[in-house]
Design a protein around this ligand. Structure first.
Ligand SMILES: CC(=O)N[C@H]1[C@@H](OP(=O)(O)OP(=O)(O)OC[C@H]2O[C@@H](n3ccc(=O)[nH]c3=O)[C@H](O)[C@@H]2O)O[C@H](CO)[C@H](O)[C@@H]1O
Ligand SMILES: [Mn+2]
Length: 304
């Protein structure tokens, strides 16, 4: 009898100790660089800050359509298969999704089997000779796509890099008026180290005294109306720079950062939504949902 009580006591102490260690561990990892709200009270979406089933059911009721644009010009068509197949597994599963694939090589677009209520619209465009133009030309093409009325049936629109892969859920938690993603390489850096455009001659110029986050150019999104305003404004600023023969440090990513500085995103996606396969996963990142795949720059880009 005495032995039994001791056993129960030991098990209880063991349980309490394990629970305590777990609480301390989660508190440390939770505060380690993870903030859930911006200073303007926009949510930052991290694993553990939302209930996936609940949030999906809210937007399911609204019967929404999500459009996504992706550009695969020149040799970047090689990324399409993995991109689309992984999107089918993780991107708005169970929702109506319309992919707009922009390419100069329509014959190289793989035939990926899509789920019900999901379709792919092929947008054939002219080739460019410089990768920088293919990357920054996305703003103009996004603006024109929305002006054409083709995406009028969509409620939300995302534009994503193609040299990427989905590894985890990307669902209704990412919806909002204006969406930006925190860049995986700068989420814990001080503002002055952000690679904003620092030359005052560029429209993308941000002085060292300003800035709050460094946003990645690989992800932008929001309501169709807000994405239109963003794309139009960035395209206008890119045109002004081009007329002065200035190319911002990180092309449209620099202009996107300038836009977000004065037009704050209503929701920010944590770096879970734009990781980089080159970067090992630190402890505070619980899940990688979308990531840049490794690429041989010399092989896939037409110029350096
Ligand atoms: C993780 C991240 O934030 N990436 C950004 C970054 O580097 P990246 O090295 O990721 O740029 P990148 O080479 O992926 O180019 C951006 C995108 O442009 C398209 N493309 C580019 C070249 C080409 O030959 N064909 C083609 O289709 C394609 O959709 C690609 O995903 O800086 C770029 C601009 O300098 C963009 O802002 C990227 O979004
Ligand atoms: Mn990329």
């Amino acid at each position: 009898m005495k032995l039994n009580v001791t056993l129960i006591q030991r098990v209880s102490v063991g349980f309490i100790l394990t629970w305590l260690i777990y609480q301390i561990y989660t508190t440390i990892t939770r505060t380690d660089g993870q903030v859930d709200l911006t200073p303007w009270l926009a949510p930052i979406v991290w694993e553990g800050t939302f209930n996936p089933k609940l949030i999906d059911s809210i937007y399911k009721q609204q019967n929404i359509t999500v459009a996504m644009t992706v550009f695969a010009l020149g040799k970047y068509t090689v990324f399409l298969q993995d991109f689309l197949e992984s999107a089918e597994q993780h991107f708005f599963v169970g929702f109506r999704v319309h992919y707009y694939v922009f390419t100069d090589h329509p014959e190289k677009v793989p035939d990926v089997k899509l789920g019900g209520e999901r379709k792919l619209i092929l947008m054939t465009v002219n080739s460019s000779s410089r990768w920088q133009e293919m990357s920054l030309g996305r703003m103009k093409r996004l603006e024109m796509l929305i002006e054409s009325g083709l995406v009028n049936d969509a409620d939300y629109l995302f534009s994503l890099d193609v040299d990427t892969k989905f590894y985890g859920r990307w669902g209704a938690e990412t919806l909002g008026d204006l969406i930006g993603v925190i860049h995986a390489w700068y989420y814990s850096s001080p503002c002055v180290l952000f690679p904003y455009e620092r030359r005052p001659e560029s429209q993308a110029f941000i002085p060292y005294s300003e800035g709050d986050y460094y946003y990645g150019g690989a992800v932008l999104g929001g309501s169709v109306k807000c994405v239109y305003q963003l794309a139009k404004s960035c395209r206008e600023q890119l045109d002004i720079d081009a007329a002065k023969s200035i190319e911002a440090a990180w092309q449209e990513e620099s202009h996107l950062n300038k836009y977000f500085l004065y037009n704050k995103p209503s929701k920010l996606l944590s770096p879970e939504y734009s990781w980089d396969d080159q970067k090992t996963k630190p402890r505070e990142i619980k899940i990688i949902r979308f990531s840049q795949v490794l690429k041989n720059y010399a092989e896939v880009r037409p110029n350096t």
